[in-house]
Ligand binder design. Structure first.
Ligand code: FAD
Ligand code: MLT
Ligand code: ZN
Length: 485
């Protein structure tokens, strides 16, 4: 879509002039910005090709001081700004709605320090997640989060969205692993809280406010994060199962039998798998298909011990009929191949004509009821996939260990007939079960109007008050995150 439906440009924001451009050039230099429709195009459109803005300027500062000077000027001049990392966000938060200036962080990409005793890393916000992970690998450490977008997303973007991903089950959320942040506020003030302390009870923990704030109250420029030791022994297994009840039994049992070495527990349904196989070459690893799959990863320090634990667990799963078939990766390549299925689901869906992505938290026991109910609810015009049905399929996968399912509704087109059927129906479902309408992708422009399904009016009012206090002129990522109506 070219436009954000129903949104009107706020006239309070100044339109950018030649004079503004000259000022920005004096800060970032000629290499530090991009103009020109074609060159800017990739920065104006999101990863899903769903949201497109019309910015005429991308600024790429190299230092915190440059970010500060840019924001101070934009604040004075009332120029609206979109902070942008790797532009892999899935809710339209990283691209402009109208002509906001894009503040892309990719040139702030240096590691600042690493303490090899504590594992505490400090880095610029524009470092790519995978680059940091590879850098740490050489030192025997790893990043505490992992996601399929790791080759493009920035650590600053991860923190701004409070990304969850595939390792949250083991290493917890960024609210726990981030120890400090350097943030530039809307008026250019630099808030230096690059703490490298694990314990610090002096006053409000301000950094927590910026984790998951999606660029609406400050620009993250520096990060201090606790990184775990890289495990010496890693195993990956894939199981095929007949029912979602079996998935739950397998999860519960994995916590008992694998306990401290369990590092990921992911699931996907047959519809997701079929979508993957449609778009990628895939060498079958099991003789037949199953309605559900789980991918289990263990990470520990003693291979024999971990192998024994995993074997015992898998034998139990097969003997008592919880799992129908299973494979354990025999080498690094097979591990990558098995993870490749899970990591490839998002990209496979991206190759379909249109996808409505939902990212909800509800009690694990309800995940499949919700999916089935959506399948039933959306059987508009008959059967999925038949020419008269606008819905091609409903597929589910996700971080089952975190109670987070990704429900993806694949359609022939972006179609209000379908989206009106999903929203708010699905959000009502989530609210009835005290769930969250966004477990990890955030609100952006895709979910902001529905915040009331997960937060009370008092909480939303307080959020608006905080936004007004930290960004009184509303220049940071306008039209997003909070309900506009
Ligand atoms: P962007 O997309 O550029 O920006 C996202 C938001 O953060 C925007 O609102 C932007 O304004 C703001 N922002 C970016 N940088 C800064 C900054 N320095 N300061 C202030 N605000 C900033 N998400 C998950 O949680 N778990 C997953 O498992 C997961 N897997 C994914 C897999 C794929 C294939 C893709 C495409 C996406 C996936 N995502 C996942 C979503 C997305 O990758 C994450 O939300 C990621 O953290 C976004 O980082 P980014 O650098 O691309 O940020
Ligand atoms: C994932 O877990 O794969 C990501 O959150 C992206 C998605 O939902 O497709
Ligand atoms: Zn996810």
């Amino acid at each position: 879509v070219d436009k954000f439906p129903g949104y009107v440009r706020h006239s309070q924001y100044k339109k950018q002039t030649q004079q503004d451009l000259e000022y920005f050039e004096s800060i970032v230099g000629r290499q530090g910005y991009i103009t020109g429709k074609d060159d800017i195009a990739p920065y104006n459109i999101d990863w899903m090709n769903k949201f497109r803005g019309q910015s005429q300027l991308v600024l790429m500062p190299r230092t915190t001081q440059q970010v500060s000077a840019i924001l101070r000027y934009c604040h004075d001049q009332k120029l609206a700004v979109v902070p942008q990392g790797g532009n892999t966000g899935l809710v339209g938060g990283s691209v402009p709605v109208f002509d906001e200036i894009i503040l892309n962080m990719k040139n702030m990409n240096r590691v600042r320090s690493f303490d090899s005793v504590s594992g505490i890393l400090t880095a610029d916000a524009g470092c790519i997640l995978e680059v940091l992970d590879n850098w740490l690998a050489e030192k025997g450490y790893m990043m505490p989060l992992d996601l399929a977008a790791k080759g493009s997303c920035h650590i600053g973007g991860n923190i701004a969205t409070n990304a969850g991903g595939l390792r949250l089950l083991r290493y917890g959320s960024l609210h726990g692993t981030v120890l400090g942040l350097e943030v530039v506020l809307a008026n250019g003030t630099i808030l230096n809280n690059m703490s490298t302390l694990r314990k610090d009870n002096t006053g409000f923990d301000l950094k927590q406010l910026f984790i998951g704030s999606e660029g609406t109250i400050g620009v993250i420029t520096g990060v201090s994060i606790l990184t775990p030791l890289r495990s010496k022994a890693v195993n990956v297994a894939l199981l095929g199962l007949n029912s979602f009840d079996d998935v739950q039994v397998a999860f519960k049992k994995s916590r008992i039998e694998l306990s401290e070495i369990l590092s990921a527990f992911e699931f996907w349904d047959i519809h997701s798998f079929q979508m993957f196989k449609k778009h990628f070459d895939h060498k079958e690893v099991m003789e037949k298909d199953y309605p559900f799959y789980i991918l289990i990863e263990t990470s520990g320090s003693n291979k024999d011990h971990d192998d024994q634990k995993l074997t015992t667990y898998l034998e139990q799963m097969m003997e008592n009929g919880t799992a129908q078939d299973g494979v354990v990766a025999q080498d690094q390549q097979q591990m990558r191949d098995l993870w490749g299925i899970r990591d490839g689901l998002t990209e496979a869906l991206g190759k379909e004509p249109a996808v409505y992505k939902y990212d909800i938290s509800i009690p694990v026991a309800k995940i499949w009821d919700c999916t089935e109910d959506m399948r039933h609810h959306l059987k508009v015009g008959g059967v999925f996939g038949e020419p008269d049905s606008p819905v091609i399929n409903v597929v589910a996968y996700g971080h089952i260990g975190d109670g987070n399912v990704h429900l993806n509704i694949v359609t022939r087109d972006l179609d209000t007939q379908v989206s009106d059927l999903i929203e708010p129906y699905l959000f009502e479902w989530v609210a009835r079960h005290q769930g969250s309408i966004s477990a990890e992708h955030g609100l952006g422009v895709a979910k902001n109007e529905f915040l009331g399904y997960s937060k009370s009016p008092e909480m939303i009012d307080l959020m608006k008050t905080m936004k007004d206090m930290l960004d009184p002129k509303g220049i940071l990522n306008p039209y997003k995150y909070l309900p506009q109506s």
